[in-house]
Design a protein around this ligand. Structure first.
Ligand code: IVH
Length: 673
């Protein structure tokens, strides 16, 4: 039995330790203990608090999970208004901004005609204000209109990178910290994937997801969303000034437990700002969060004070914005494209719009489910998003703008190219044209794929030329490519004699290929470049791949049942084999691959893994076995060669014992490896 003082001391030590780990993990991105250790400490604290509820205080790390739901948000008047920023869109705008500052400061502050700036990414989230009194978080509020926001204290308390209690010392009695709450890209993707799985509405972008998560009356929902907070300025400071420059004040905030942006940089002058803009633009897609520009601020706080404000924005700061990644446009039509595997994909034809740095006039709609989810009609106004190099996407329909003559999208029953029936298999989101290679669209795509660089690498055989050759009926299959005559090639549009000769030369050269490139070129469903290489390394010859059954294919690393079935059914179709024979007959050839069997000690042997492994995951164990040529199955049978039994193995262990099968514990397995 512990004395009350000892219990209180234990609680204090646990809280301090948890706060330190929290800071290392959520603020510094540099954890010092594994997650399990953090969980252990947290559970210990929870246990004590459950036993002695009087010891629970609001700043305890256990209190981040969110309390009872609110009936509504109360309004908060900001003691100091939360301003916005003026925007710059070009280098000229930036030079003007700098000139205005130097002009205003004149000989006091910009004596040598230069001003020092702090550069920061402009985070695309929600601006918030956090008020600390005597180091305790007492209120969190949204920016609102800058004058009045909403009290979201309950919700900000669930954000792990926001300290409930300031760390260290030297902070003012009253301190208002301002910054952005945002959702990292990875958390946004995960949230939307889950929404898609559960048939819920998707969020348009991470900013909307962050806003939606903060606007929850039930803080438990906010707690379940992975939000982060990064601070970029200070509001109220009472009872202790703490720095002369903006950069120093951010470093102080960091010491007191706040996340600051790792990309923050102090530069000597406006040229530094311009190169910062350049370097962040190049890095933008690699950053784990969304930004929509960069912000430049005069570093010296006394100079900021002298420059003051104009209307709602400070004169000492500016946001240099990136070109927009979202734009509004109109859907002119929805057409259906047929891909290589017959997948019929709806594509929105759009009024061209400049977004994410390019002009976009089409956007894929993926499938009918997507159209239904968006509630899209022809004639609708839609938000198009193109972030990074990602293909443009319709993210939202603006229903308020729907015209009276908007019409709904109907999925074609017949293929728009060959008029074969379109079939949607049970459980598949994609509908496919049943025409196979009879369908000109599928033929064209199959030939384009065959000619592509990672396949047969036929230089000069571009997409347009393939389409024309099929339209002219010069080629019906990939084998026909090698039967093209000089006359046929030269008769194509924009084909000078020289390019015709080049193409024929490239076709000739492509006959000398590799097994993996040839297998990839065949265009078997789900067999990408990597799987093609794996297959050729595992089997060595086309004949062996061609005659492999599902079971043999499953023994190959990374080949699952779906791929295995696609491979088998591809080679079951006589017309595929005929084309392969024709290709070989015209001289397509490759050297066989030498299959290295020496380290495949478990070739063909079936293993089963059961129970919990402590030194590796079951997935890792499976990979190691596959590398050694083994097959890994989920159930024990007479055919099982060996059972690897981890902790708490149950019925499979019993069955293996009954059947007299080899059993290995984890250590024995590791020793063997
Ligand atoms: S400073 C007086 N710094 O941009 C200066 N704002 O258009 C106040 N923002 O509402 C803002 N990243 O939500 C500042 N590094 C950053 C920022 C940033 C994003 C947002 C903020 C503000 C809006 C201004």
């Amino acid at each position: 039995m512990l004395a009350p003082t000892e219990i209180i001391q234990n609680v204090k030590t646990l809280r301090n330790e948890l706060e330190r780990h929290n800071y290392r993990y959520y603020v510094m991105d540099d954890p010092t203990v594994p997650d399990v250790e953090y969980d252990r400490l947290m559970n210990r604290l929870k246990d004590i608090e459950a036993k002695y509820p009087l010891l629970i205080v609001p700043e305890s790390p256990t209190q981040r999970v969110g309390g009872a739901p609110l009936a509504g948000f109360t309004q908060v008047t900001h003691e100091m208004p939360m301003l916005s920023l003026d925007n710059a869109f070009s280098e000229d705008d930036m030079q003007d901004f700098n000139r205005r500052i130097i002009g205003r400061l004149g000989n006091i502050g910009a004596e040598d005609g230069v001003v020092e700036y702090v550069c920061e990414p402009k985070l695309d989230g929600i601006a918030v204000s956090l008020l600390y009194e005597k180091g305790q978080l007492v209120r969190g509020a949204t920016r609102g209109d800058g004058e009045t926001g909403e009290d979201i204290t309950q919700n900000v308390r669930t954000v792990n990178s926001i300290p409930l209690k300031l760390m260290g010392s030297g902070y003012p009695e009253r301190l208002e910290v301002r910054g952005e709450i945002y959702m990292p890209k990875s958390s946004f993707d995960a949230l939307n994937q889950e929404a898609e799985r559960t048939d819920n509405k998707l969020f348009v972008n991470p900013r909307n997801a962050a806003a939606g998560s903060l606007r929850q009356l039930d803080p438990k929902i906010t707690a379940g969303r992975n939000l982060e907070m990064c601070c970029y300025s200070v509001g109220i400071v009472e009872g202790g000034a703490f720095s002369d420059t903006h950069s120093d004040s951010l470093y102080c905030l960091n010491q007191w437990g706040f996340r600051i942006n790792a990309e923050m940089k102090v530069v000597a002058d406006v040229d530094g700002c311009l190169s910062y803009y350049q370097s962040i633009s190049e890095k933008r897609n690699l950053l784990p969060y969304e930004i929509d520009g960069v912000v430049f601020k005069v570093n010296n706080l006394a100079l900021q004070q002298r420059l003051g404000f104009v209307s709602r924005a400070p004169r000492w700061a500016i946001a240099h914005k990136f070109p927009a990644q979202e734009e509004l446009t109109t859907v002119l039509d929805v057409e259906f494209q047929v891909g290589r595997t017959g997948a019929v994909t709806p594509v929105a034809r759009l009024v061209p719009v400049f977004v994410g740095g390019v002009t976009v006039s089409n956007a894929t709609l993926h499938n009918m489910d997507e159209i239904e989810r968006l509630g899209l009609m022809i004639g609708d106004s839609v938000i198009i998003r193109r972030a990074g190099d990602v293909i443009p996407k319709v993210v939202k329909v603006v229903e308020e703008k729907r015209p009276d003559n908007a019409c709904s999208v109907t999925f074609p029953a017949l293929c728009p190219v060959c008029e074969s029936e379109v079939i949607q298999l049970e459980g598949e989101a994609v509908a496919r044209c049943s025409g196979g290679l009879f369908c000109a669209a599928q033929r064209k795509e199959a030939i384009k794929h065959f000619a592509s660089r990672k396949a047969m690498d036929i230089d000069g055989l571009g997409d347009k030329l393939v389409e024309s050759l099929v339209d002219e009926d010069y080629i019906k299959s990939v084998a026909d490519l090698y039967k093209l005559t000089r006359f046929q090639v030269a008769s194509m549009d924009r084909m000078a004699e020289k390019s015709a000769n080049n193409l024929l030369g490239a076709l000739e050269r492509s006959k000398n290929t590799k097994l993996s490139s040839f297998v990839y070129a065949l265009g078997i469903r789900e067999v990408g470049e990597t799987t093609a290489r794996t297959l050729s390394n595992a089997f060595g010859t086309l004949e062996k791949i061609r005659t492999a059954n599902v079971e043999t294919l499953l023994a190959v690393q990374d080949v699952g049942p779906i791929v295995a079935n696609h491979i088998v059914s591809f080679f079951e179709q006589s017309h595929n084999n005929e084309i392969i024979e024709q290709l070989i007959a015209v001289g397509v050839h490759w050297p066989d691959v030498v299959v290295d069997e020496t380290d495949k000690v478990f070739q063909g042997k079936t293993f089963v893994i059961t129970g919990t492994l402590s030194q590796m995951s079951r997935e890792e164990a499976k990979e190691k076995l596959l590398e050694l040529g083994a097959k890994v199955s989920g159930s024990v049978s007479k055919k099982t060669y060996c059972l690897i039994a981890g902790e708490a193995a149950g019925s499979k262990l019993k069955k293996a014992e009954d059947l007299g099968i080899n059993i290995m514990n984890e250590q024995a397995f590791i020793d063997l490896l």
